[in-house]
Design a protein around this ligand. Structure first.
Ligand code: COA
Ligand code: ZN
Length: 310
């Protein structure tokens, strides 16, 4: 079966919710462990207001601390043109631009209406990337559920995607279950609608949180529907200790394990990845999740070959 791409979001989505300051050198060591495991695509952090997300204010030091990364594809999240400009100035060649599919979440996250975020994307493309050389990933937050409005209507998501694609066509679009309240049928259904309406020339991804425990099922539903890129956070790091019940992304190691047992290549070594996941789990005050990390390694080795390519 053809390969999938895993995007590790722990260094951004995971670390941004840890209430205690994580030293820059620990972030760098964590990312180096991810790279050793074969991770190629990952969120390195974000260029956002330090008042909004203080945990990301050392992003330039993280970039400098890592140095050249060979064939890896690091990305940073940006909420506006200002962030993109700063990211490019810091040498980044791939960014994630975040826009929510529901008004109230966009307002609370980036403090403006959805249409204004989309207009700002147009400005970003014209001013920061006039030659179209920047790799652009669009994080479609609250594609399924909004913490304030409940279920996001499919029509809103499709309409916003249409507006985004009118600005630029060669983008990666990531349907994001920001709250972790989506169900597999919803994920598969929306993914199929998107692919049918906008063609499969676009790279489609899924970003899921595991609040209700359905994230792995949602990934499977998305994969069956034709999505090829899946986000995960090592050890499921994430969530917010101040918002009871909110949890992090699906644990990346669970996705690697799942895909390997399905005979789908991820390019990542599970054993080495578990070392990185253990580092993520050791971060003080971090909230973790997932299953595979809790199983004895010998047991995992036993199951791997026996059930390969199920
Ligand atoms: N990076 C760093 N600083 C930025 C910035 C960026 N990308 N964009 C704006 N700022 C600064 C401004 O310079 C200003 O600084 P000052 O108070 O020292 O003058 C301050 O942030 C407020 O700027 P303003 O344009 O009024 O923004 P805002 O207060 O309406 O906040 C965002 C809007 C988008 C900057 C802010 O909400 C944000 O960074 N959100 C990120 C949220 C996020 O990362 N969520 C998780 C990912 S889904
Ligand atoms: Zn997220």
């Amino acid at each position: 079966m053809s390969a999938v791409q895993i995007v590790e979001v722990g260094p951004r989505d995971g670390l941004q919710s840890v209430p205690t300051r994580v030293p820059t050198e620990d972030k760098v060591a964590f990312i180096r462990a991810l790279l050793r495991a074969g991770v190629r695509r990952f969120e390195m952090g974000s260029f956002v207001s330090p008042k909004a997300i203080p945990q990301m204010q050392d992003i330039r030091d993280v970039i400098a601390g890592l140095g050249p990364l060979g064939d890896a594809r690091p990305m940073v999240l940006v909420p506006n043109t200002r962030g993109a400009r700063d990211a490019v100035a810091a040498g980044m060649t791939e960014i994630i631009y975040v826009v929510s599919m529901s008004e109230s979440h966009n307002q609370s996250n980036v403090r403006r209406p959805v249409q204004q975020s989309i207009d700002d994307l147009g400005l970003l493309c014209r001013e920061v990337d006039p030659d179209g050389r920047l790799r652009l990933r669009i994080g479609l937050a609250t594609s399924f559920d909004c913490p304030f409005e409940g279920r996001t209507p499919e029509a809103s998501v499709l309409r916003n995607i249409e507006r985004i694609l009118a600005i630029r066509e060669d983008v990666e679009l990531v349907l994001s279950d920001t709250t972790g309240f989506a169900m597999p049928g919803h994920v598969g259904g929306l993914a199929r609608q998107c692919i049918a309406q906008f063609g499969d020339g676009i790279t489609w991804g899924f970003h899921g949180h595991d609040t209700l425990g359905f994230a792995v099922s949602n990934v499977l539903a998305g994969h069956e529907a034709g999505l090829t890129v899946f986000d995960g956070s090592a050890a499921g790091l994430g969530g917010c200790p101040f918002a009871p019940g909110a949890t992090g992304n699906v644990a990346t190691e669970d996705l690697i394990y799942l895909f390997h047992r399905m005979g789908v290549d991820t390019g990542i070594d599970l054993d080495l990845f578990l070392e990185a996941a253990d580092m993520a789990a050791a971060i003080p005050d971090g909230v973790t999740g997932g299953h595979v990390r809790r199983i004895p390694r010998q047991r995992l080795k036993l199951e791997g070959p026996r059930y390969a390519a199920e």
